[in-house]
Design a protein around this ligand. Structure first.
Ligand code: ZN
Length: 368
């Protein structure tokens, strides 16, 4: 009888655990990790450095999330060309209690033939090729000063450490695989990348993080055609928007069944700073035209200018061009606009989309 009770007890605990695991949770904080940086250039193409491409894609991905998912806080492990240790990257994610970790990289191979995208989750490598990718990425620690102590003597170039590294339980594997699948799906379906599939290997940066995480090899810098794609602005925008859409789908999936919360309230509650910055955004622009009737802001209506914006003020639709926090820069745009034929162009200032005086704007910008 006692034994039976024990068995039921274990069963009950197991059930409780399983249903807990299936419950959704809000995805509100994402860490975007641009691989390498500073003295560590990462993989080298003929012209491209991995660290630059990773940073550019990371920042673009974050900008999309900031723009379209205001209830999500984006945290970057680096937002400039800076060397950050692998353990420090994981610490940033852990100490911020992030819900997801996304590490962005570029691949390379001794041969110029391989091309395509692959997304990794932490686990035991099933092929030598996967192990090689992990070795290459982990060898970044050799540039760290205390890597022997920091990683308990782990040698990124020896095969042995990788087995024990991967044997440790990964409690977020399901979620990590979900995200990895969504990334590969976007790359394949929407960006036309060759799908080299979701893979597993022992990456130190994933091993050290305590939340679901993926490491994305966006493409091969050793393949000239893929290097051209990755180095182009268009290519980077495509890759970043694909990662953004995968993230949005992941978030939706994770939050399935949870009560929908008012996004504005969430932002105000969780990210008051974010809201404040948005509200107080102060900048200069150049007014080029006004109209009693609403005009389309297409280039055709404004001497081929792209990016004209509209605001409504004292009974008129007004059209501006440019956005800067520097008054001299605004003056420069003003004379450029006059030269273009907008004879009455003049500098205006805004705070959170509302017209304010130039002197008020200067005061507010000075306070920052
Ligand atoms: Zn890398």
């Amino acid at each position: 009888m006692k034994q039976l009770r024990f068995v039921f007890g274990v069963l009950f605990l197991l059930l409780a655990f399983v249903s807990e695991g299936q419950q959704g949770s809000y995805v509100r904080k994402v860490v975007i990790d641009a691989g390498h940086g500073g003295k560590d250039p990462g993989a080298l193409g003929r012209r491209a450095k991995e660290k630059d491409i990773a940073l550019s894609i990371a920042l673009k991905t974050g900008a999309y999330i900031n723009k379209y998912l205001p209830d999500v806080e984006v945290i970057y492990t680096r937002d400039s060309d800076e060397f950050i240790e692998l353990h420090r990257r994981a610490e940033i994610a852990n100490s911020n209690d992030a819900d997801l970790f996304i590490s962005i990289h570029c691949n390379s191979n001794r041969s110029s033939q391989p091309y395509g995208s692959e997304t990794y989750v932490m686990g035991l490598h099933k092929s030598q090729a996967n192990l090689e990718v992990a070795k290459k990425e982990n060898s970044a620690i050799l540039l760290e000063e205390n890597y022997r102590e920091e990683y308990d003597g782990f040698d990124p170039n020896s095969d042995e450490g990788y087995i024990s590294l991967s044997l440790l339980q990964n409690e977020h594997l399901d979620q990590s695989i979900k995200m990895a699948d969504l990334v590969q799906e976007q790359f394949r379906e929407r960006v036309g990348r060759r799908d080299r599939s979701v893979r597993q290997a022992g990456f130190l940066v994933l091993y050290r993080t305590t939340m679901p995480g993926v490491l994305i090899e966006t493409g091969f810098l050793s393949n000239p055609k893929e290097e051209r794609f990755l180095i182009s602005k268009k290519g980077q925008v495509y890759i970043a928007s694909a990662i953004f859409r995968a993230f949005r789908n992941y978030k939706e999936e994770m939050e399935k069944g949870l009560p929908k919360e008012d996004v504005r309230q969430v932002v105000q509650k969780n990210y008051p700073e974010k809201e404040k910055i948005k509200k107080q955004e102060v900048y200069f622009s150049v007014q080029i035209d006004t109209s009693p009737e609403k005009l389309k802001t297409t280039p055709g209506n404004f001497k081929n200018l792209d990016g004209v914006e509209e605001y409504y003020h004292s009974g008129l639709y007004k059209y501006t061009y440019g956005k800067t926090t520097s008054l001299p820069e605004a003056r420069r745009i003003q004379s450029q606009m006059r030269g273009k034929g907008f004879k009455g162009a003049f500098t205006v200032a805004f705070k959170a989309g509302e017209r304010i005086s130039i002197s008020d704007a200067l005061d507010l910008l000075e306070q920052k």
